[in-house]
Design a protein. Structure first.
Length: 109
């Protein structure tokens, strides 16, 4: 894995999200607890809702358009037939790192 520093942990509020722009589209970075972060596709597969604007709760995010709930560990929609892509992230010394290899391997939508 090629870890890429994408910003300070404190830049993302607890139970909040921030958008990361890449050449192949946007990724949402979610902070679910003091030192727990997840990264996933920013687009809901149901109606294209921006997940970065959704409600972060537990280890899930709810789409702001139609209330689909996604598990941030797996990307699977709860109770629905849908899934979002997830990307490995970690926190080191107060910085958020994302796996650049996985990010660059994603396909353009």
């Amino acid at each position: 894995m090629a870890w890429v520093d994408i910003g300070a942990l404190d830049d993302v509020p607890v139970r909040g999200a921030r958008k990361l722009k890449t050449a192949l589209g946007c990724v949402a970075v979610f902070r679910t607890d003091d030192a727990e972060v997840f990264a996933a596709s920013n687009t809901c597969p149901h109606k294209g809702g921006p997940l970065v604007e959704g409600i972060v709760h537990g280890q899930s995010v709810t789409c702001p358009l139609h209330n689909w709930v996604f598990d941030l560990n797996t990307g699977q929609a709860k109770g629905e037939d849908g899934q979002i892509s997830t990307y490995p992230v970690r926190v080191e010394a107060g910085r958020i790192l994302i796996d650049g290899t996985a990010l660059s391997a994603r396909s353009a939508a």
